[in-house]
Design a protein around this ligand. Structure first.
Ligand code: NAD
Length: 464
């Protein structure tokens, strides 16, 4: 079975390799036309099928699908449409006097045949988002979405098959083995979104062919709330950021540090706004998705059991429904450092909270861990905000909100070291799929080859 696929993938790869120059030399107008076709599919022809598929995969609410899956890709396309002409223009640069008679420019050329491997948590956004950048840069692409959201993968495949020839863009469905087979091929670039563990596997495979990689990974994103904020407003934002997609979001707050003086008010406010967002019976709310599958449900359930065994206090929530892969939005205090909750990326609707007395304790704690994908600060005090930003490292930071940094295409999106390598979105995403080729052109008249012997007095004088 794998051998058969292996040949099929190699054939697909080779057909794209043959086609790469004709795709790479397309005009910006031709690329915009392709992006418009994709936009039309998302906005009109396939919108309802995508909504239905995401509901079938993990009961993702329709409006959440529109706002977090479909709209961000359309927005990315619109951003590229506004800017692509200038990104593709050869960029003139200065040439030093020692190269008299020459001119220089940078040509943004396509890398070639690219592989995009995506995760299940925002399957449309994280498959088609990078695809937009790859198309803009003029590449051919093989897409491999996650096997955990099969309904959505099927619709995405139908879209790709309708819009593109597979020697330009193809989508391959399948399990991890499919990914492993694809990773053996000498792609010109691999754009991977997923866990740090699999990111390492991807990077190792890429090194065989010295393929460049973008790794959009995960980890534990800390959130800090000091004692100067409007707590109700902050809590609402945290609930939005943590429980959207039921916490299955790479940049969701993973755990929160609050000033110890606001603990009681924080819990009361959390309870009040949880009820307001999802009613007192959250399991019946139509604004909450479900855990993607039984394996991840069991993982999260075991985190809750482990926290209880290690004497953590579940202040809010803690219930679950196995038949529905439902975990109640949960607030936990005093989770010990050796608990699964504090050791792993949670990726679910469980929020551990730690209290602090002095902000430098928080900074030391964060710096003792891997660099996070996102770090959030809620404060009215600009000195505190600056102190935290200056003394920590993270892929991105949003001040007085969370998640929103993802939506600004003028900002590079990505992690740092364990949370990622390379950036996506807008110009930064375009560059990941681009080879910035240096071109120095010596003019046939008036050039002086200073570097070439004989080293005579005339050349010496020019240098002096
Ligand atoms: P994952 O790493 O398990 O899987 C991602 C993709 O890799 C899937 O398509 C899967 O088929 C493939 N894969 C899995 N194991 C593989 C292997 N051994 N060899 C080759 N390919 C393999 O991640 P996931 O569970 O789908 O997604 C959750 C993770 O992704 C979290 O860590 C989350 O933080 C991260 N994430 C990061 C971002 C970001 O933009 N930085 C966005 C979303 C999710």
């Amino acid at each position: 079975m794998v051998n058969k696929s292996e040949n099929a993938y190699l054939n697909l790869f080779n057909s794209q390799k043959i086609n790469q120059f004709s795709v790479g030399n397309t005009t910006y107008k031709a690329r915009i036309m392709k992006l418009n076709r994709l936009k039309n599919a998302l906005e009109f022809t396939y919108k309802q099928r995508l909504r239905d598929a995401l509901y079938s995969d993990f009961k993702k609410p329709q409006l959440e699908t529109d706002l977090t899956e479909i709209y961000p890709v359309i927005d990315e396309i619109n951003f590229v449409k506004r800017n692509l002409k200038s990104w593709l223009k050869p960029q003139k640069v200065e040439t030093p006097i020692s190269l008299l008679g020459s001119s220089s420019y940078i040509k943004n050329e396509a890398k070639g045949v690219c592989l995009i491997i995506s995760p299940w948590n925002f399957p449309v956004n994280l498959t088609f988002g990078p695809l937009v950048s790859a198309i803009a840069a003029g590449n051919t692409v093989i897409l491999k979405p996650s096997e955990m959201t099969p309904h959505t993968s099927k619709v995405m495949r139908d879209i790709i098959e309708e819009l593109f020839d597979d020697n330009e863009i193809a989508l391959v469905e399948g399990e991890v083995e499919v990914s492993q087979e694809l990773l053996k091929l000498p792609f010109n670039h691999i754009f991977f979104t997923g866990s740090p563990q699999v990111g390492k596997i991807v990077m190792k495979a890429a090194s065989e062919h010295l393929t460049s990689v973008t790794l959009e990974l995960g980890g534990k994103s800390p959130t800090i709330i000091d004692d100067t904020t409007n707590l109700d407003k902050v809590v609402k934002k945290i609930i939005f950021g943590k429980f959207m997609n039921v916490g299955q979001t790479c940049i969701a707050p993973d755990y929160v540090f609050i000033n110890e003086t606001i603990k009681t008010a924080f819990i009361a406010s959390f309870k009040k706004h949880l009820d307001e967002f999802y009613s007192e019976k959250a399991s019946e709310s139509n604004s909450l998705a479900r855990i993607v599958n039984r394996k991840h449900f069991e993982r999260l359930k075991s985190y809750l059991e482990d926290a209880s065994l290690k004497n953590a206090t579940i202040e809010i929530g803690g219930s679950y429904k196995e038949e529905d892969n439902y975990i109640e939005p949960t607030l936990v205090f005093d989770a010990s450092e050796d608990s699964a909750l504090m050791k792993n990326e949670i990726f679910g609707p469980i929020l551990p909270v730690k209290t602090y007395g002095n902000i430098d304790e928080v900074i030391d704690y964060i710096n003792s861990k891997e660099k996070p994908l996102a770090l959030y600060v809620f404060s009215k005090n600009n000195k505190t905000i600056k102190h935290i930003i200056d003394n920590t490292r993270a892929g991105s930071t949003c001040v007085n909100h969370n998640l929103l940094q993802f939506l600004n295409h003028n900002l590079p999106f990505g992690g740092s070291n364990n949370s990622g390598i390379g950036k996506s979105h807008g110009y930064f995403g375009f560059l990941e799929f681009t080879n910035q080729r240096s071109v120095l052109k010596q003019h046939t008249i008036g050039a002086v080859d200073l570097l070439m012997p004989p080293y005579n007095n005339f050349k010496q004088k020019l240098v002096d």
